[in-house]
Ligand binder design. Structure first.
Ligand SMILES: Nc1nc2c(ncn2[C@@H]2O[C@H](COP(=O)(O)OP(=O)(O)O)[C@@H](O)[C@H]2O)c(=O)[nH]1
Ligand SMILES: [Mg+2]
Length: 466
């Protein structure tokens, strides 16, 4: 889903880009490139819904030079979504977030025939963000604007952005890879065949990369089968086998069926793993995709947890539902969904406690929340997302077992992959529990939560390029 409701059709929603000729064949989809004036300009001047701030900006909007308009038009008419090129043009000679940038963004959106109200909302929200964050440095503006455009225009699956994410991913995995790759390099450099010594050494490398013994045994078993089916018998060709196996290990997250709004996502995980931060990042993503998000403060165990969520909600533009410290979390869940139904929210992200007096209490509490949600809103919770911290290595595995047995986990978000050598734990979680990893946390910034692609993970780990 894209924030700009009509725009993604321009690129077919996938890497297959519509050429200008193809777009022309579909009236209404072709950016108005030749006109010199953005499409919808007339509507612009008398849009009754325009917020006051925007109207003021419009009045003082600087003239955009013809050369600049031409450069943008040429880039857009290339027929592919080239976000870095557009950004380069948008930000040429821009050194602060101000009227010139807003005018350029409005022109870009109008040229792409983005619905007027949605374009205005984008510009106003970005302006408010830049102001609130006091982030005026060109590199901060660029990175935030890029993320917002990618999500609003639904470009995350485009070739360029996938390569970009892959680079970040490879950086985040650098330490895991270092531990993994040195041993593998030596092993694959050997001239011999796949004898016992080979398998033993491989096993040791997996254990060292924090895969754990159970998962390692399974992986070795799979690799033996795969090597024989691929007819690979020598160490020098084993990289292909490992790469294929790693790519196949990760199940894809299921798309939840949401019969009636809101979609309810229950976030679980022990304290400190990054649950609250991840809720904020997910809320932010969903907001930039044009969804109305309600965050529910179900961790009523600590007052600080409620306060932290309230601040995040305000910062990312989400609604918040909270009750006093010590309230029944199941009541929070119930009332939050009630509020979401009444007020037309698309998505509810429910935070939960990560620590109670005993583990039994915590699991009981989570089961109760789940039951209450099921009763209140058929289909809910649509997803139970377990957040785990990659730096905890093998602990991640026991946490997955605990939560999965108690409430049934649908998918995993793995945080703090940046700066750990223990990324191998992803493989053991995937092999042991057959659970999909939907997102990975590659840092503390909002844009550092990115969709996980198993194939890219395998390539990054083995030092291959996309
Ligand atoms: N480096 C890094 N830090 C993270 C990531 N995700 C969360 N954190 C940090 O982990 C700490 C704990 O996060 P919090 O969301 O409060 O954890 P919670 O107790 O599970 O809710 C905070 O300092 C976060 O900034 C990540 O992907 N990378
Ligand atoms: Mg928390």
């Amino acid at each position: 889903m894209a924030f700009f409701s009509t725009i993604k059709k321009l690129w077919g929603g996938d890497t297959a880009a519509a050429t200008p000729a193809e777009a022309q064949a579909q009236p209404g989809l072709q950016p108005d490139l030749q006109a010199g004036q953005p499409a919808g300009q007339e509507v612009d001047e008398q849009a009754p819904t325009q917020p006051e701030a925007a109207a003021t900006n419009e009045a003082q909007a600087p003239e955009l030079s013809q050369a600049w308009r031409d450069a943008l038009a040429t880039s857009l008419s290339a027929g592919r979504a080239k976000i870095s090129q557009w950004l380069g043009i948008l930000l040429t000679d821009i050194d602060s977030a101000g009227p010139e940038l807003w005018a350029r963004l409005r022109f870009l959106f109008a040229t792409l025939s983005v619905p007027e109200a949605e374009a205005e909302a984008f510009v106003n929200e970005f302006e408010a963000w830049a102001w609130a964050m006091r982030l005026q440095k060109p590199e901060d503006i660029r990175s935030e604007l890029r993320y917002r455009l990618i999500l609003a225009l639904d470009l995350e699956q485009e070739q360029e952005e996938r390569t970009n994410i892959f680079k970040k991913f490879a950086q985040g995995l650098a330490q895991t890879k270092a531990r993994f790759a040195t041993g593998l390099g030596a092993l694959f450099g050997r001239s011999g065949g796949l004898d016992d010594a080979f398998w033993e050494e491989l096993e040791e490398i997996f254990i060292m990369a924090d895969m754990g013994s159970e998962a390692t045994q399974k992986l070795i078993g799979n690799l033996k089968k795969r090597a024989s089916s691929m007819a690979v018998t020598e160490a020098a060709r084993f990289r292909e086998v490992l790469s294929a196996e790693l790519e196949a290990i990760f199940p894809l997250p299921k798309k939840p069926k949401v019969a009636a709004a809101p979609e309810v996502v229950m976030m679980v995980g022990v304290n400190g793993v990054g649950k609250t931060t991840t809720i904020a990042k997910l809320a932010y993503r969903a907001r930039l995709q044009g969804r109305k998000v309600l965050i529910a403060a179900g961790d009523t165990f600590r007052a600080a947890a409620i306060g932290q969520l309230e601040i995040w909600a305000a910062r990312v533009g989400a609604g918040i539902f909270s009750k006093a410290e010590g309230s029944d979390p199941a009541a929070v869940a119930f009332e939050a969904v009630d509020m979401a139904q009444r007020e037309g929210f698309d998505l509810v992200l429910l935070d939960t406690a990560g620590r109670l007096h005993t583990q039994v209490n915590l699991m009981e509490e989570l089961r109760k929340i789940k039951r209450v949600l099921e009763k209140k809103h058929p289909g809910a919770p649509h997803r139970i997302v377990l957040v785990i911290d990659a730096t905890t290595g093998q602990n991640a595995l026991s946490q997955t077992k605990l939560f999965h047995e108690a409430v049934g986990v649908d998918e995993i978000v793995l945080t703090k992959l940046d700066g750990t050598a223990k990324g191998g734990v992803m493989v053991s979680v995937a092999i042991t529990h057959r659970l999909p990893i939907s997102f990975v946390g590659l840092g503390e910034k909002m844009e550092d939560l990115r969709p996980f692609v198993g194939e890219d993970f395998a390539k990054a780990l083995l030092g291959q390029s996309r």
